[in-house]
Design a protein around this ligand. Structure first.
Ligand code: HEC
Length: 235
């Protein structure tokens, strides 16, 4: 190999990756325009505006501080890059209870109000893009979804079906305090280390849980942004 071809090869291998991973997405996304719902194709009108409620900004910071992104992604990949949508409830629900398929891919608007898009480093744990919806409909089953998440963060192995969970426990996001009067309705269903005490979430835990509950990827998007054009058809 000559020095010349070595340098050319080296520049090509880094240059092409840089082009497709940095330059192309930058030009595609630096000037995002609102996407509109089209009459006849979509069931809604006007501009698409992603809805998000909860302590998104503070919660995202707690999420980042605790390295959740190391094991959890927040990207439901576009189908050309690997089909994530077949996985149960990752990007919306197959049936939202009214017979409507709300599954969809992640779009750039999904990270609105977050300083960093927490797309994640590895997928050691399940994707959390649609976690809020999943907890509400599948795990909490009518009880308080926040309570389910507090229990998971405190002791991921407490649930019968998660005895071998590899999700770390984040006990330092909770504190033990004396029960004053009636037990707090935020208290976790685990015994505190001392008699007469209860385990309650700290404000960081509350921000994190509020953020996790805001993770929903099943609002109606314009058909032009949807993976399956069929879903844009009027029902
Ligand atoms: C060391 C890797 C790792 C880290 C770091 C991690 N998790 Fe997990 N997490 C997992 C694994 C593995 C699972 C799957 C096992 C289970 O369901 O408990 C999981 C499951 C979960 C689930 C249940 C998801 C579902 O739909 O079943 C939630 C919620 C969750 N993690 C939240 C978090 C949050 C919030 C953080 C940061 C505070 C975090 N995890 C950090 C590995 C991790």
């Amino acid at each position: 190999m000559t020095f010349r071809s070595f340098v050319l090869g080296l520049s090509a291998s880094f240059g092409i990756a840089w082009l497709f991973v940095v330059v192309v997405p930058f030009f595609k996304m630096r000037d995002l325009q609102p996407v509109t719902f089209k009459e006849g194709l979509d069931t809604k009108e006007g501009n698409y505006f992603p809805k998000r409620s909860g302590r998104v900004a503070n919660g995202a910071a707690v999420y980042a501080e605790n390295g959740c992104y190391l094991c959890h992604t927040q990207v439901v990949r576009p189908t050309y890059a690997g089909n994530d949508l077949y996985r149960a409830d990752w990007g919306g629900l197959k049936d939202n209870g009214e017979g409507v398929d709300t599954r969809r891919e992640t779009n750039a608007f999904d990270f609105q109000y977050e300083k960093f898009a927490q797309i994640g480093v590895t997928r050691f744990g399940p994707d959390l893009s649609n976690l809020g919806r999943r907890v509400e409909t599948n795990y909490a089953k009518g009880s308080d979804p926040a309570a389910w998440l507090y229990a998971h963060l405190y002791n991921p192995r407490a649930a019968v079906d998660r005895r071998q969970s590899a999700c770390p426990s984040f006990r330092y996001l909770f504190e033990e305090r004396k029960v004053q009067g009636a037990p707090s309705n935020e208290a976790l269903p685990f015994p505190a280390s001392k008699e007469g005490e209860e385990i309650v979430p700290t404000s960081a835990a509350k921000e994190l849980v509020s953020y996790l509950l805001s993770l929903k990827k099943d609002d109606v998007v314009p058909a032009s942004m949807n993976f399956s054009p069929k879903k844009g058809e009027k029902k």
